[in-house]
Design a protein around this ligand. Structure first.
Ligand code: FAD
Length: 259
């Protein structure tokens, strides 16, 4: 089916940021399709085993040198929103993103109230929210195949103020990143997290071979996160634990677990 799409796909020429739902190009869809096929074949467990040692518990104090951040956010695109909010509460935060830290070109649909929440937690300002808003529309009519609304009632469902705002992820992430960095936040871009060792005094992230120390690691690496995969194998859930914790962030595609 994807090959059929290839002949007509207008988005195949757009840049793919690879994060935050950015997989809008044909290559991105192919990668998702391959991942889905792998899951259906039951290969997911094999992958989990392969990444089992991503986060490890170590005894004693770390001898890694350098500044200790309060929080290291792994996975930048949506992670920078979390990072900025924590920074506003006084935390010293570093973001580690293996690709470019930017939002996708294709709009996100969001309710204005959800956007306001990002303002309330300090990730963006009201001016940023207004500037990244490309369109607002009301009402939205939800039609159902066969004419029913799923509850046995016929007819369409009409909603107001729900997912009725189109925002530019590129503008949103850029504005958030700018404020984050201006306030002293650190961004390590095109830098891959390769593993985490949790000591008694801090966690040490292996970022392309260089150590980064943090008191808390937040996993914003998405549904293919190696930390989530590790936590999905029962025998590895206890592999690292806590004076410093490694916590997958809850997104639409992952559930929050502590390992
Ligand atoms: C305001 C708002 C509106 C939204 N509206 C929509 C919408 O209309 N439609 C929609 O589909 N979604 C929407 N979303 C959802 C958003 O696109 C998804 O929540 C997001 O894509 C989550 O995907 P993911 O968890 O798979 O993370 P991903 O998108 O996969 O991001 C994971 C990030 O981690 C990085 N990463 C991975 N591994 C490593 C590593 N080892 N080291 C360093 N970095 C790494 C990746 O490069 C990537 O940037 C919206 C989100 C927001 C905040």
């Amino acid at each position: 089916m994807l090959e059929d799409v290839a002949t007509t796909n207008a988005t195949a020429t757009t840049r793919d940021a690879r994060g935050a739902g950015a997989r809008t190009t044909l290559d991105g869809l192919r990668a998702l399709d391959a991942a889905w096929a792998k899951m259906r074949r039951g290969d997911a467990t094999a992958t989990a085993t392969a990444t089992a040692a991503f986060a490890k518990r170590r005894e004693g104090a770390s001898d890694a040198r350098g500044e200790t951040y309060d929080v290291a956010v792994a996975g930048g695109t949506l992670g920078v929103l979390v990072a900025a909010a924590l920074q506003r509460r006084g935390a010293r935060v570093v973001v580690v993103e293996r690709g470019e830290l930017r939002g996708r070109e294709q709009e996100w649909n969001v309710s204005r109230e959800e956007l306001e929440r990002l303002v309330r937690v300090g990730a963006i300002t009201t001016e940023d929210a207004d500037a990244c808003t490309r369109i607002e529309f009301n009402p939205i009519r939800c039609g159902f195949h066969g004419g029913g609304n799923g509850n046995g009632n016929a007819g369409d469902l009409v909603t107001r103020d729900i997912l009725n705002t189109g925002v530019s992820p590129a503008a949103l992430v850029e504005a958030c990143r700018k404020r984050f960095e201006e306030a002293g936040g650190a961004v390590l871009e095109r830098a891959s997290l390769r593993g985490v060792e949790v000591y008694d005094d801090c966690a040490v992230l292996d970022v392309d071979g260089a150590p980064v120390r943090a008191r808390l690691v937040l996993d914003c690496m998405g549904f293919q996160s190696p930390i989530v995969r590790q936590s999905e194998t029962i025998e590895n859930r206890t592999a690292c634990a806590s004076s410093s914790e490694v916590a997958p962030r809850r997104t639409r595609s992952t559930t929050r677990r502590r390992i």
